[in-house]
Structure formats: structure tokens, C-alpha cells
Design a binder for this molecule. Structure first.
Ligand code: UD1
Ligand code: CA
Length: 501
């Protein structure tokens, strides 16, 4: 509706302030909620404006903030504000850094992570359609303390913004506040910035003074109150960080439920902003879906699982699992109590069972590692079954080595695969095998020596103990009623007969 008047759009994100109330080594805008830094949420929202350029004003801890922005948003122009002399001064730094700007300039803050792109879009559209010099995204709040108040005349036209500290008691009664998000005609902004003074309670250059300047110039000014005022709420301390973080999560979880995801307990379900869920996914209580995790249709995740940067295939079942950078194939099952480390790839209909840890392990379609195993640096072919309690000994103390197991192999319980080693297709290994040499396809490998029984060993070496007694009773033919001491008897339990028998 506004495209004709617009000749380009610049977004300026202010993030130079120190954020001392966070009491943190980490700069305020770099604190994360929903899997992104606060400033990243704002920069993502800014993308909805399809801006010609985005400028971020940085000051405190500028190296860390610059590095972070540079990594995820390489196109963002950085403007350094050495000293925090007010929002008007900060915007001046941004305009200087941006070079030629025209069209519309939208100002936002780096500490308002709930801000949505569609709200910014609607605000900018309205500003451009009304052809104003300045538009204010305002909000009506119950407790306006600390905010700049939007002052209107009898006709309801916006006259000025007055900051809390500079306001009269009557002005402090005003409940319409400046959210901080403003839209400017670029030409007006450039003419107004040098005219902002610092004769106020803070001795700062207030960007908000541009409202009165526009009125003096006889230009159009307007304010539009956002319904969802939380979107513009800034985070100043860690109490607010948690509250806004929980609200962001509530919104994300609700959004997915509306998209057809079943969430049994929204209160204990945490979903990061970049996670993608298909329809008919079920998320059970106590589950965190983090980072770039993607979950396919009909998959069931949880309870009590944390999946970070994982890809879960359709129809998979992931129970009580901690996983990072892992891929789980369709219809596969994982858990309970499984630990999938980076590089785990489980094929379709595969299984990683209870108390199994995997790392850099490619486990083929239908292959199973059902119980109590460590699978590191391994490749397991399709349809293969790995016996309970198997260790892939991948580390010789200096280097990591790989183990390869072919298709449809059957390895016994309690094996150790001393890598590098290869087990062929259709091979087997006996229980307790320590595999140090390659096993050819179809072979059965056994490494334990023949079993030796040292007869009556317990009678000689364990005489007078419960073990010795039991052995003696069995060997003398009295096994059936040999349990003379009742259940639980043994060493450490008072046994009146034991020592003299
Ligand atoms: C500002 C507004 C106020 C509004 C409120 C909304 C002004 C003068 N006041 O007040 O009307 O109701 O936000 O939250 O604009 N910043 C810089 N450089 C500076 C000063 C600030 O980059 O020199 C950044 C801060 O890091 C922050 C933002 O600008 O992200 C707002 O600064 P802050 O000092 O919090 O402004 P308020 O006093 O809250
Ligand atoms: Ca503030």
C-alpha cells in the first residue's frame, strides 16, 4: 500500500548501552532466549521489513557484539558509539555510518526479543502510507513508570514525548508510552538530528526530542498503540530475561499447537525459535527442542528429552534422551536413557536402546544397538544387531579409530571392538569376544579361551562363607534344603552357625 513513496528502508538497532543490571560478563543483548541472542531476535524481525540496510549501534563490549552480529548477520552495518550520550546521539552515529540514506528509517532496540517482524511491517506500512515525518509505536500500559510519555493536544494529535525524569506530575499520569520503536522520514531525520540538544534531566541527546522538532517544522507526527505491548518490552535484568524467555516460549509452543503439534504439557516444553515441527508430532512433558532441531510427521518425542540441532524422522520415537547433532531415521526408536552425541546417524527403523551412548556412529537401516553400549566412531550396516554391553574401543590413548560392521551381522553380548577393526557382512561374534582382528564376512569370531572349571574351588578358598556353605551343601547332596539361613543370609549378616560349621 505504501510502495510508491518508499525509496528504501533502513533499520537502526540501538545496542550500545551497558546493561549493568544484568550483572554479567556477557553483554546484555548477547544473552539468549529461545536459542537466539536478544539482538538476533530483533535482527530477524527486522528482515520482515526487507530493508535496504540494517545498522546496529554498538558500544559496550563492542568486540563481542560485533563478532556475534558479523557471524549471523554479515550484511549488518556496525556503527560504534564510543560514549553513550543518548538515543539521539546513537542514531546520529548510525546515520553517519550508513552513508546515503533515503526513504524510511525504523529505529528499534536490541533488547526487545519478543518483537515480531509482522508488527514492524504493519507499523512501517502505516507510517509510509500516512506520509509522516515521524511515527511512534506507542503502547498503553498500566504502569508507565520509566517510559517516555506520548503527549497529545486537545485534538488528540501527538505533540511531544517527555521522558520520565523530565515529566511534570500531570504528564506522569499519561499511560500512553513510547515503546522506543520509531519510524522516520530519512530526510527529516537527517535535518532533526543536529538540532537535538541535551538540556534535560539526564544531560543526554534524546531521540524523542525529534517529535517536538517535527511539530515545530509543521510536519506530520503520529502514534499508533500496539495491542501486544509485550513485544516492545525490553529486558534489563535476569528476572525479566526469564519472564520474557518464558513468554517467548509460551508463544512458540502455542504457535506449534496451532500448526497441528500435540504438546501434552506446554509448561514443561521448551522449543527454540528456529525449531521446525511437522504436523502430528507429539511432544511429551519435560522436553526441550533446541537449536535447529527438525522433527518429522507423527514422531513422538519425550518425555524428559533434550534434542539440540537434531533431525528426527517421521514416525520416530525418542524417549528420555539427550541428543545433539544427531539424525534419527523414520520409524526408528531411541531410548529410554540414551545419549546421542554429534555425528550419530540412526537409519530408518533402527534402534538405539537404553543406556547406550553413541558418537560419530552411522547405524544402518533396521540396525539395532539395544542395550548398555558405547558406540564411538563406528559404522554399522543395515539389519545388524549389536549385543548388550558392547564397547567400541575407539581410542588408543593417542588417536581415535573407526570400527566397521557389515550388514546383517550378529555380535554377541559384552564384546569389545578394538578399533581399527572391521567385521564383515553376515558375521557373528561370541559372547565376551574382544575383537582385535578383522572378522571375514560370514565368520564366527570367538576370542575367549576354552572354559576351565577348577573343581571344588569354593570349598577350598571360600570355606566358612555362605558361598562355601552353599557349594558344600550342593556337592554333599543336601542342596534342596541347603538354605538354612533364610533369605538374605550372607556375609555381614549374623549367622550363629556359620563360623563353627
Ligand atoms: C528510551 C526512550 C523512552 C522509551 C524507552 C522505551 C529516549 C530518550 N527515551 O528510554 O522514551 O519509553 O526507551 O524502552 O529515547 N542506547 C544506545 N546509546 C545511548 C543510549 C541508549 O545505544 O547512548 C540504546 C540502549 O542500549 C537501549 C536503547 O538505546 O537499547 C534505549 O536506551 P535506554 O537508556 O534504555 O532508554 P530509556 O531511558 O529506557
Ligand atoms: Ca530502557
Amino acid at each position: 500500500m505504501s510502495t510508491e513513496v518508499k525509496t528504501g528502508l533502513t533499520v537502526i538497532v540501538l545496542a550500545a548501552g551497558g546493561g549493568t543490571r544484568m550483572r554479567s560478563k556477557t553483554m546484555k543483548v548477547l544473552h539468549r532466549i529461545g536459542g537466539r541472542s536478544m539482538i538476533a531476535h530483533v535482527l530477524v524481525a527486522a528482515q520482515a521489513l526487507d530493508p535496504e540496510r540494517v545498522v546496529a549501534v554498538i558500544g559496550h563490549q563492542r568486540e563481542a557484539v560485533a563478532a556475534h552480529i558479523h557471524e549471523s548477520f554479515p550484511d549488518v552495518v556496525l556503527a560504534v558509539q564510543e560514549e553513550q550520550r543518548g538515543t539521539g546521539h546513537a542514531v546520529r552515529m548510525a546515520v553517519d555510518a550508513a552513508g546515503e540514506i533515503s526513504g524510511t528509517v525504523v529505529i528499534a532496540y536490541g533488547d526487545t526479543p519478543l518483537l515480531r517482524g509482522d508488527s514492524l511491517r504493519a507499523f512501517a506500512d502505516e507510517h509510509e502510507a500516512a506520509q509522516r515525518a515521524v511515527s511512534i509505536l506507542s503502547g498503553i500500559v498500566v504502569d508507565p513508570f520509566g517510559y517516555g510519555r506520548v503527549l497529545r493536544n486537545e485534538e488528540g494529535d501527538v505533540e511531544a514525548i517527555v521522558e520520565e525524569k523530565d515529566a511534570t506530575p500531570a504528564q506522569r499520569q499519561v499511560l500512553e508510552i513510547n515503546s522506543g520503536i520509531l519510524a522516520f522520514d530519512a530526510e527529516f531525520l537527517r535535518s532533526a538530528l543536529p538540532r537535538i540538544g541535551n538540556d534535560n534531566a539526564n544531560g543526554e541527546y534524546y531521540l524523542t526530542d525529534t517529535i517536538a522538532i517535527a511539530r515545530e517544522d509543521g510536519l506530520t507526527v503520529g502514534a499508533h498503540a500496539i495491542d501486544d505491548v509485550m513485544q516492545t518490552e525490553g529486558v534489563n535484568d535476569r528476572v525479566q530475561l526469564a519472564r520474557i524467555g518464558a513468554e517467548l516460549n509460551r508463544r512458540i509452543v502455542e504457535g506449534w499447537m496451532r500448526e497441528g503439534v500435540t504438546v501434552m504439557d506446554p509448561a514443561t516444553t521448551w522449543i527454540d525459535a528456529d525449531v521446525v515441527l511437522a504436523t502430528d508430532v507429539t511432544v511429551l512433558p519435560g522436553t526441550q527442542l533446541l537449536g535447529l532441531t527438525v522433527v518429522g510427521e507423527d514422531a513422538v518425542v519425550g518425555p524428559d528429552s533434550t534434542l539440540k540441532d537434531c533431525e528426527i524422522g517421521p514416525g520416530a520415537r525418542v524417549v528420555r534422551t539427550h541428543a545433539e547433532l544427531a539424525v534419527v531415521g523414520g520409524e526408528a526408536t531411541v531410548g529410554p536413557f540414551s545419549y546421542l552425541r554429534p555425528g550419530t546417524v540412526l537409519g530408518e527403523r533402527g534402534k538405539i536402546g537404553g543406556f547406550v551412548e553413541t558418537k560419530n556412529a552411522v547405524i544402518g537401516d533396521g540396525a539395532k544397538v539395544p542395550h548398555l553400549s558405547y558406540v564411538g566412531d563406528a559404522e554399522i550396516g543395515e539389519g545388524t544387531n549389536v549385543g548388550a554391553g558392547t564397547i567400541f574401543a575407539n581410542y588408543d590413548g593417542v588417536h581415535k579409530h573407526r570400527t566397521t560392521i557389515g550388514r546383517h551381522a550378529r555380535t554377541g553380548s559384552n564384546n569389545t571392538f578394538v578399533a581399527p577393526v572391521a567385521i564383515g557382512d553376515g558375521a557373528s561374534t561370541g559372547a565376551g569376544t574382544v575383537v582385535r582382528e578383522d572378522v571375514p564376512p560370514g565368520a564366527l569370531a570367538v576370542s575367549a579361551g576354552p572354559q576351565r572349571n577348577l573343581e571344588e574351588w569354593a570349598l577350598r578358598k571360600r570355606a566358612g562363607t555362605a558361598q562355601g556353605d552353599a557349594a558344600e551343601a550342593a556337592l554333599s547332596g543336601g542342596a534342596a534344603d541347603g538354605v538354612s539361613d533364610g533369605p538374605g543370609a550372607g556375609r555381614g549378616t549374623p549367622r550363629p552357625m556359620a563360623e563353627s560349621d
